[in-house]
Ligand binder design. Structure first.
Ligand code: SAM
Length: 274
């Protein structure tokens, strides 16, 4: 199994001798093989060249030798077992042996959240991927402290999270979207759970209670550190898909609110029970 925290910066070999020994395991597919996303379609019997950071990770961090197992997924067809073939100094070939898992069905849940400070938003993106969201939408609101989002950075964070948590499908990352545009384009038939911090006095009913009455495709909307303005609150509430919900009696940090709402939805309507 991949270490859960150790290899993200790909700079140090945790235990190379042990890693090299893993190649001898007879189990198929090997559970200990490194797992990487590759941005190209994979197919059984094919081969591909790995370069750059990924090659550095496999060659110098994991110190894989010829024949070592590697798991690859492409976000298109699924996850495959591959074996290290010819190795160069800065690149290596992987021979694809077979499909280990088809691309998963992703629960139809969108996490729409106002950007917050970089480290916290990265953390949120990572957790959103681990928890199983289908789509991550950064939403620009009036009280935004942060009004720019680096899509590439978010994608990198989500790819690392997907590699680690064994997702075979990456979450879609939407461009930064103004709140009014989000509401205007909100699809018919998709519930919009509005995490309204003004309901923390208990007046609105809990998210868990509301979920049972609102099954099907959904998204949750989380505000920035400063919360939503009165005008925004009114506009969201006026939307036909809006379901205002409380996340309990305490005011949560934005990232805590987003993770909590996602977890509660996933537990009730997602794929956690399958
Ligand atoms: N500055 C706001 C205040 O003091 O009321 C708090 C904003 S909170 C840090 C950020 C976002 O998390 C809110 O806009 C809301 O979407 C969500 N949130 C936090 N606690 C919540 C709660 N108890 N119920 C519903 N939503 C909550």
């Amino acid at each position: 199994m991949e270490p859960c925290d150790g290899r993200r910066n790909w700079t140090s070999a945790s235990s190379p001798a042990k890693t090299a020994g893993m190649t001898a395991t007879p189990a198929w597919p090997p559970r200990s093989a490194p797992r990487l996303f590759v941005d190209q379609p994979l197919n059984e019997g094919g081969s591909l060249r790995i370069e750059g950071n990924q090659a550095h990770y496999l060659l110098n961090v994991m110190r894989l030798t010829e024949g070592a197992a590697v798991k690859l997924f492409d976000d298109i067809s699924g996850e495959y077992l591959g074996r290290v073939g010819a190795r160069g100094k800065r690149d290596l070939m992987i021979e694809i042996e077979g499909l280990t898992r088809p691309r998963e069905a992703v629960p139809d849940f969108w996490l729409c959240a106002a950007p917050i400070k970089k480290a916290r938003f990265d953390f949120l993106a990572e957790k959103a991927c681990e928890l199983g969201v289908a789509r991550f939408v950064p939403v620009l609101t009036d009280r935004a402290v942060v009004d720019k989002v680096k899509d590439d950075r978010l994608r990198g964070t989500m790819i690392e999270a997907a590699e680690q948590c064994e997702r075979t499908a990456l979450p879609e990352i939407a461009p930064l979207t103004r709140l009014d545009a989000l509401l205007k384009a909100w699809p018919e038939g998709r519930h919009l759970f509005f995490a309204d911090e003004r309901l923390h006095d208990g007046s609105g009913g809990s998210l868990a209670a509301k979920l049972a009455a609102h099954l099907g495709p959904a998204g949750v909307l989380i505000g920035p550190e400063g919360g939503f303005t009165d005008a925004e609150n009114a506009a969201i509430r006026a939307h036909p898909a809006a379901v205002p919900v409380s996340l309990g009696p305490r005011i949560l940090r934005a990232e805590t609110a987003a993770i909590t709402a996602t977890a509660v939805w996933m537990a009730a309507n997602g794929d956690w029970s399958t």
